[in-house]
Design a binder for this molecule. Structure first.
Ligand SMILES: NC(=O)c1ccc[n+]([C@@H]2O[C@H](COP(=O)([O-])OP(=O)(O)OC[C@H]3O[C@@H](n4cnc5c(N)ncnc54)[C@H](OP(=O)(O)O)[C@@H]3O)[C@@H](O)[C@H]2O)c1
Length: 510
């Protein structure tokens, strides 16, 4: 079964014939992201010619019930809608539902039989992508059951079918739990079959970080402590926790955003050029950077880490409630909705260059940005009344409007030598058009093609937890006394401004 290749799609990867089994197929992620991603891959001619998808969950449902629900889900969440009914006729025939508990042997026996039959029907050659869209506590059980029922193949067989597993985040909630999780799967699953998803790595602008750095020598020549004053990474959300109160109470900002997404951004910005463009060479360099970040001691934690929680405030002219008033949140909750960190990377390139990270909910606007601030020009030429001229800043916007801008100084037209900062702006959508592949599409396709470059490796995950777990422990032993400490609609607690002011710097206006 195949789809026409649409003009404008550029993937050069070959996604191999396979069956994708989604564990947790009645869940939110499946309907919001996973099945719409498969549908868009089908639309763009990027699904393998031989493919089908089986949803696995415990709720009672027929194949047709599942297909109806997925039709509605695509209409609601797909980046291209409404559903193309011609395409749907083919696509729905590739969707199936398998009803089972995660831990019953009969369910896996029945699954194995069903997959064998589907292999014959669809020509999928025994190849499998197992997508674990479930709570992480189920991961070891799922791996063991798949292994027991012959659904996971040895990783080193050179001929014959392959099996790969995509793990949804979070992978652990601290260092010890991440190690435990890894130990729970590693007897039955090789790292080469393990695809830990961080969907930010599937975003175009995040992938562009490497291309931008390593194909533009004018920037790479300046990419070090000789020329860079500091780096800021900001992940700001306008939204509060909304319906995710119960989940957020267990997570908090450090775990939800910093440990995974922000560490990925930092490592891509700071890593050395890889020797090759393959998954391991790139991930080797990323791990080296994370492992080179100076651990934050108890003493430093006071000066280099700020946590915050939003109280009631105003967003876009509307009153909004504070975190402690959100549904399923404890009235005295001590969980953070804001984190700011100052990190140092102890290597040759970055000696003495601080990396300031901040991430918050209920900020004035949604924006994710990496800003590289260069050092000031030496001497005092063109400095009016001793006033310093603005530094050059290279700002890379990851979302919502993907762009890259470079701030330089310019002469204001007229008799005087007045200096004014101006921006050179490159906007993705203006140049390449609006429709971009979504992160889940790219990542699912990469897994089918056996490319794990954009997935987190175990040592990356552990290095990140190793750095951040001591902060979580310190927080646990030192309860916050001033929560809520920022108003919804403001840029976080004043302590975060003080942290930068102590270094003679300030947060960028976003
Ligand atoms: N939702 C998102 O946008 C999002 C974003 C990033 C990461 N994630 C991660 O992705 C994972 C899934 O999230 P979600 O929001 O889709 O979760 P969810 O809505 O709670 O769905 C959980 C799924 O697991 C199934 N399930 C639970 N226990 C089971 C059991 N014992 N046997 C068989 N099936 C069982 C449920 O089936 P029944 O319906 O039959 O109970 C349901 O299909 C989580 O780890 C989450 O952290 C989600």
């Amino acid at each position: 079964m195949s789809y026409p290749f649409q003009e404008g799609t550029t993937s050069t990867k070959i996604a191999a014939p396979c069956i994708m089994v989604i564990f947790g197929a009645t869940g939110d992620l499946t309907r919001r992201r996973l099945v719409p991603a498969l549908y868009n891959l089908a639309r763009d001619g990027q699904l393998p010619a031989h493919f089908c998808c089986v949803g696995f969950a415990r709720r009672h449902k027929s194949d047709d019930d599942f297909r109806h629900e997925m039709h509605d889900a695509i209409n609601e969440f797909s980046r291209v809608k409404p559903v193309d009914e011609e395409l749907w006729k083919t696509f729905k025939g590739q969707l199936f539902y398998h009803e089972s508990e995660f831990d019953t042997d009969e369910g896996y026996e029945a699954l194995a039989n069903r997959l064998r039959n589907l292999d014959i029907q669809f020509g999928t050659k025994g190849n499998r992508v197992f997508y674990f869209s479930t709570q992480p506590s189920f991961f070891p059980t799922l791996v063991k059951k798949l292994k027991k029922h012959g659904l996971l193949y040895p990783h080193n067989q050179t001929h014959g079918p392959w099996s790969r597993v995509i793990f949804e985040k979070p992978f652990g909630h601290d260092l010890a739990s991440a190690i435990e999780l890894q130990n729970g799967i590693s007897d039955d699953l090789d790292e080469s079959q393990t695809y830990r998803i961080d969907h930010w790595l599937g975003k175009e602008t995040v992938q562009n970080l490497l291309i931008f750095r390593f194909t533009n020598p004018i920037f790479e020549a300046l990419w070090n402590h000789h020329h860079i004053d500091h780096v800021q990474i900001a992940v700001a959300e306008e939204l509060g926790v909304g319906t995710r109160g119960a989940l957020w109470e267990e997570q908090g900002m450090l775990r939800d955003i910093v440990q995974n997404h922000m560490m990925q951004l930092l490592s891509l910005i700071a890593m050395e050029p890889p020797s090759r463009l393959d998954a391991d060479a790139i991930r080797d360099e990323k791990v080296k950077v994370i492992s080179s970040i100076v651990p934050i001691s108890a003493k430093e934690c006071q000066k280099c880490v700020v946590r915050g929680q939003y109280g009631p405030g105003i967003i876009n002219g509307k009153d909004v409630i504070g975190y402690r008033q959100e549904g399923n949140v404890a009235p005295e909750s001590e969980v953070e909705t804001y984190v700011a960190l100052k990190l140092h990377i102890d290597n040759w390139r970055w000696a003495g260059v601080p990396f300031y990270l901040r991430s918050g909910k209920r900020m004035p606007k949604k924006v994710t940005e990496i800003a590289i601030s260069f050092k000031e020009a030496p001497g005092s030429l063109y400095q009016e009344r001793g006033r310093h001229n603005p530094s050059n800043v290279l700002a890379i916007r990851i979302q919502p409007n993907e762009n890259i801008s470079l701030t330089t100084n310019c002469k204001v037209p007229g008799q005087e030598n007045l200096v004014h900062p101006v921006k050179m702006d490159f906007r993705y959508s203006a140049y390449f058009g609006a429709a971009q592949q979504e992160a889940y599409e790219r990542l699912i396709c990469d897994c089918m093609a056996g490319d794990s470059t954009l997935f987190a490796r175990n040592d990356e995950v552990l290095a990140s937890w190793k750095l951040l777990t001591p902060i979580l422990e310190r927080w646990r032993n030192n309860k916050p006394t001033n929560f809520p400490n920022y108003q919804a609609g403001k840029w976080g607690p004043v302590e975060a401004d003080v942290m930068l002011a102590a270094d003679g710097r300030q947060w960028r206006l976003l």
